[in-house]
Every structure is written in structure tokens, then in C-alpha cells.
Write a protein that binds this ligand. Sequence first.
Ligand code: SER
Length: 320
Amino acid sequence: MGDKGSRVLITGALGQIGSELTPRLRELFGKENVVATDIRQPAVDQDGPFETLDVLNEGDMRRLIKEHDIDTVYHLAAVLSATGEQKPDLAWNINIEGLMNVLNAAKDMKLRVFHPSSIAAFGPETPRVLTPQETVMKPRTMYGITKVVGELLGSYYFEKHGVDVRGARLPGIISNVAPPGGGTTDYAVEIFYEAIKHQRYTCFLREDTVLPMMYMPDCLKAFVALMDAPLSSLKHHGDYNLAALSFNPRELAAEIKRHIPEFEIEYKPDYRQAIADSWPKSIDDLASREQWRWNPDYDLPAMVEDMIKVLGARHKKGGL
Ligand code: SER
């Protein structure tokens, strides 16, 4: 990753993405150069420096950045879409006040920043198929609102203060290390655990709900590639469209059934259906492909095969 990005701090490091991004960055930069932080205490021993950090505590954040001589922050601490509808004030505080603390530290202490946006930044007026890079951004969830504001703040801090802020509009991320929490796309992870443990799953979205998704190895690949790209080749900042897979629960269940024939699914849509219905079905990510050579590796069959292999092996050892 060039000469920068060698001393990294990750917020929300115990979350779904942080749990896998942390070891990946430690492989790239060396264990001691990646400081994992989270508001929670880790349940297992960490393979490198760990600090407790509430992203709303600006003083603590700056102290850790100084103490560890950090030059790049991966800011992952956030409240996701479903929790955000239940606790909108909390979502605003964590997602916006927390981000402001990171951006102001980055301005004053000359840091690079990675901050993910989301497909939740779009809304019902946005074209839902192959959603363009530049389009209507009128989300209906508090989470989506914080993501649009986050994108705008990223561009503002780049233009006004020269802060190198990068990020992509992540689709639902499917993974098998730490579970997602409080998202609308979480069904696509839960389904695997239930299929392997109980051969049954009750889905909280309708069977025909198509959403953009991505397997974690591709997500990590995107983070590394975007941060590695020369700044001069980037025309956007924290708002790159990113695509890998698009499917609905029926298609995912059918693919799982090819590996676990006894698997049965039923559908009981809840309040998360309205959130999913306001989001795109598929994303046009040409700008990412052109400007930082984005190219995903996993299609639906390859993702399902790998998820079942990894989780099936863990289940056999009694660890699921
Ligand atoms: N996975 C997120 C959610 O469902 C989308 O960014 O909230």
C-alpha cells in the first residue's frame, strides 16, 4: 500500500467486517502496526494491539492515534439499518458524531481515512436496477441518511482540508467469522448457520426480495484495492458504487439446498421488508472497475460452497 497506511487504527474492530479486516491488515503491515479498537472487550485473545475505544470520545481517539503513531484510520464503528430504525438518535450519534471525530482528527493529524458507505444511501426514487454511480440519494432510513451525510462529509473534508477519505457503498456482506448485527441483509448470513444446525430457516424478507450482496473475501479485496489506488486515479472519495452478487432469498435457499437437500425455508417478512424494498436490486460499479480495478472473485455458487465448507467444518467440531 505505498509508503502510507503502515500504522493503522481500526474502529469497530470486533464487528462483522473488523473481525476479518484486522487480521488481513496485520498480514499486510505487520501485527504491531495495526491497532484494533472497539467499544466492547474482546472475548478471545487478540493477535496484536487492542484498545477499548468509544468513537464518541474524541479525546481518547486522539490520544490513541498519537500514542500509536497512526497514519490511517479504518472507521468501521456504526449502527446498521434495522437497529437504526429502532434507535435513530443512537444511529445519528454513532454514525455522524463518531465520523466527525475521525475526520477532524484526520484533518489535524494528517491521517488517511477509510469509511464505508452503503447501498442504504439510496432510496425509492433511485433506479433500482444497475443503480448508477451518480443518482438520486433520498434514503428513508436513519442509517441511510447518515451514510449520505457521511459521503458528503468525506468529499467536503477532501476538498476543504485535503483529507484523503475513501470508501465504497457496501452491499450486504456475507461472512462466517463474526455475525453481522442489526442489518437488513443479515438474513443472508443467518440462513447458513440455521441450514447447517437445524436444516430450517424462517426468513424475515419475502422470497422475491433481490438485494446486492458480497462475500467477505471480496469485501476485504475491495478495501485493500481502494486504499492502494493512487489518489490521482480516483474521481470519487467515500462514495464508490460496488457490486458483486445480486440474489433473492429463494435463489439463495435453492443454492444451499444443492448442498443440504433437507433444507427448508419459510418466509415471515417483518419491518425489515420495507427497508429492503427501498434499496437497489443491483449496482452499476463501472467507476470502481475503471478507477481502481475493482473485480470480484465470488459468484453465488462459489460463495455458497465456501460458506458451507467453512461453517460445516466448524459445526462438526462443535463450534457453531
Ligand atoms: N448490511 C447493511 C444493513 O443491512 C447494509 O449496509 O444495514
